[in-house]
Each structure stands twice: as C-alpha cells, then as structure tokens.
Design a protein around this ligand. Structure first.
Ligand code: MG
Length: 415
C-alpha cells in the first residue's frame, strides 16, 4: 500500500517579526507528516494561496513517496514556470515530502543524499558597524565564538534606513533607502583594508555588494579588493547583468559568489559551465526546494564550483536544516551563511535570549558549536513545529520599505 497525501496545509508565523511560511503535508499513515519551508517573507499570502488553492487539490490522494514525479507535476501544472511565488509554494511541499521520506527510512536526510563527507558544516556570520572600530568589535565577538569566516559590512549595503529624501536629491524626490555608490565603494575598500590590518589572515572575509552598484563600478570594486584575500565577493552585479562577471574575471582573481535571487536554471547554467563564479548561492526555496537544489549541487560539482547557499533571517529553521543536510553530504560544499540562530543549550545566554521565540516555535534546529553547525540525527529534516506556539506570533502584511532603494537622483535601483 503506498503512503498517500491526505492533507496539505499552511502555517504562517513570525516569531522574530519576519513572516515565515511552513507547509505541512499529512499522509495516510497515522501520525506521519512532513514539514517544509515556503517562506517568501514579502509575499507570504500569495504563496499561501497557491499552496492551499492550487497545490493541495492537485496533490491529495497521490503517492507521497514519488517526490521527483510530484515536483515535476507541480512545476508544470500552472503552465508558466519558475516564478518566485510558485517556486516557494513548490519548495514547501517538496521539503515536506523529503521530510516524510526520511521519516519512512528512519534516517536523517543527509543519509539519503549519500551520507556524511564531513562531520559538520563551516558557517559564516554577519558583522556590521557604523565605523571600523565598531565593526572590529563585532567581528571579535564572533571570533570569540569560534567563527572562522565573517561577512563584513559598514552601514548595511551602502545605504541608511528608509527615510525622506536626503539633502542633495532633487525637489520632491520620493522617500526611500538612498544609496551613494561612490562613497560606498571608497569606504568599503578602506573598511576591508582596515579589517585585514587588525585581524591579519586569521579570519576569512566575505563582503556582500547586494547588487546595489552599477556593473562597471562592480568591476572597479572587485579589482580594488583583490589584495585583501577575500573568501568571496557576493552578488557584485544584478542578476540581469551577470555577463559583467566576465569583465571582473578578466581583471581580478577575486572569488565571486552569485545567485541568491536566482529562480530559473537558465540563470546559473552558463555561469557554472563557463566557471565564471566560484560559489553558487541560491536561496533553496526560491528555486523550488531540495529536489532542484540537489541537482544544482551535483551539477556545480562537475565544474569545480562550490556551494554557499543563502542562509538569511528571512527563511525558516526548516530551510536552514535543509541547507545543512545538503552541505554535510556535498563534496563541493564551500561555506554556509548562518544567520544567528542558536539552539536552546547554546552557551551564550545573550544570543539564546534573542532567539528564544524562534526556537520555541521550531524545536530541533541544528546545533552551532565553535564555527560549525552539526545536523541532528532525527529522521527527515529533524526540525518540528509547535503549532500552538506559532499562533502566538501572527504574520503582518505591511508594505515593504527596505527594497525601495534609490540613487541620489531619486530613481530606483535594485535592492
Ligand atoms: Mg546576500
């Protein structure tokens, strides 16, 4: 008797003020269910609707073990494919089906991916500061926790918060997050030079451009940062301008990571085949879940491109766990972004206090220790949800402001 899908439902929760979306798939086996992440924090209601109104009627009664068949079925069912809303909806179901597969096999997911090739996953953390001293103090906190690679930024991604148009903009320029690329570029070079002077070669350094500067400026920045031995420069150009990465390659040996905005295999295929990037950095739910992420990881391995999956705060612990399961079994794993969630027994009480609500809602998060994250050995993803706790933190549907990024003439620039 095949195990069939009995119900598909969506749970939305925001324990840290960020909208998270979880898909729960229940099966014909009493008590057997799977959980997946379909978080698109800024469009969560649209993803919820796709899961409940379109995917659930498509899936109920089908064989829960046929993951590849069901992924393709979901992907082509709306005829148009590879959009972020649909991909997140599919990812939620896909991850839940892998969770069920692991529970049926009584194995953690990494075992189904071929087993461990390493004991734990090296992670990097984010340090920020308004000036070099503040930044270095924040880096030191992570160094003291054993973190070996740090993403360093001064003042976010080269802009302040959402506000009225600052001095120097045209009359009647709209509110927004205003960016000054020239200042950002010169400050970034000084900042990274300063960090290398203070810490020597004892830490790996990552810097995220967040695709906020014009492509020719990205070429210039990459060249200027070459002497500082970065682990990688992240998203130097917009996803629509990745041809410019060729120019960066021609004038600099700086390692490049790109891809957290990718949705469609066409966006990464050429970059990997031409070895124009060193790290592929997709957001696992934006590309449709574990099934396409595993294919991508194995594809990248053929070309010597390593993985550095996106691991920000706007994804749920289920997706973080999925990243870790893939990483632990991937020969071409590079480094994993880890966004500040530690398990309840973590030694630093300050950090525990900051993330207590998230951990109450999602018990079972992989454990951080001395710069590495260890998967737990529970079957499937190993992360559960406490639905009563989740209800305490309802999602909000506000107009998103941080993406309203603008040049100093008031025109929009990608965030
Ligand atoms: Mg990024």
């Amino acid at each position: 008797m095949p195990v069939t899908i009995r119900d598909v439902k969506v749970i939305c929760t925001a324990p840290e003020g960020i909208n998270l979306l979880v898909v729960r798939v229940d099966t014909s086996e009493p008590g057997l269910y799977g959980l997946g992440c379909g978080t698109f924090a800024y469009r969560h209601l649209a993803v919820k609707l796709v899961v409940e109104e379109y995917l659930k009627p498509l899936l109920v009664g089908r064989d829960a073990e046929s993951i590849e068949e069901l992924w393709q079925l979901m992907n082509q069912n709306g005829y148009w494919r590879n959009g972020p809303i649909e991909n997140n909806a599919i990812a939620g179901v896909d991850m839940a089906l892998w969770d069920i597969k692991g529970k049926l096999a009584k194995m953690p997911l990494y075992q189904l991916f071929g087993g461990k090739v390493r004991e734990a996953v090296a992670v990097y953390r984010h340090a920020d500061g308004n000036n070099l001293d503040e930044l270095c103090a924040n880096i030191q906190k992570y160094v003291d926790l054993g973190v070996k690679t740090i993403r360093v930024q001064c003042g976010g991604y080269g802009g302040g918060g959402y506000s009225h148009a600052p001095v120097g903009t045209p009359a009647n320029a709209p509110d927004g997050v205003y960016l000054d690329s020239r200042k950002y570029i010169s400050q970034t070079v000084k900042m990274i030079e300063g960090v290398r002077e203070r810490f020597g070669d004892t830490i790996g350094i990552v810097h995220d451009v967040h695709e906020r500067i014009a492509p020719p400026d990205a070429v210039r920045l990459a060249k200027a940062l070459e002497p500082f031995n970065l682990t990688f420069l992240e998203d130097p150009v917009q996803l629509e301008q990745t041809e410019y990465i060729k120019r960066i390659r021609e004038c600099s040996s700086i390692p490049i990571a790109e891809g957290e905005l990718f949705n469609n295999p066409y966006e990464w295929r050429n970059l990997i085949q031409e070895r124009l990037i060193d790290y592929i950095r997709v957001h696992i739910t934006q590309i449709g879940g574990i099934t396409p992420a595993r294919k991508l990881q194995l594809f990248a391995e053929q070309y010597g491109v390593r993985t550095a999956w996106h691991g920000p705060g706007d994804m749920s612990p289920l997706a973080h766990a999925a990243n870790i399961h893939i990483d632990i079994a991937a020969r071409n794993f590079g480094v994993q972004e880890w966004s500040g969630i530690e398990p309840p027994n973590f030694v630093i009480q300050e950090l525990r206090a900051n993330h207590g609500a998230l951990l109450d809602v999602f018990p079972g998060l992989p454990e951080y220790k001395d710069g590495y994250v260890y998967p737990n050995d529970k079957p499937g993803l190993g992360v559960d949800i406490d639905e009563e706790e989740a209800k305490k933190y309802p999602c909000r549907n506000d107009v998103t402001t941080w993406t309203q990024t603008r040049n100093y003439d008031g025109s929009l620039v990608t965030p």
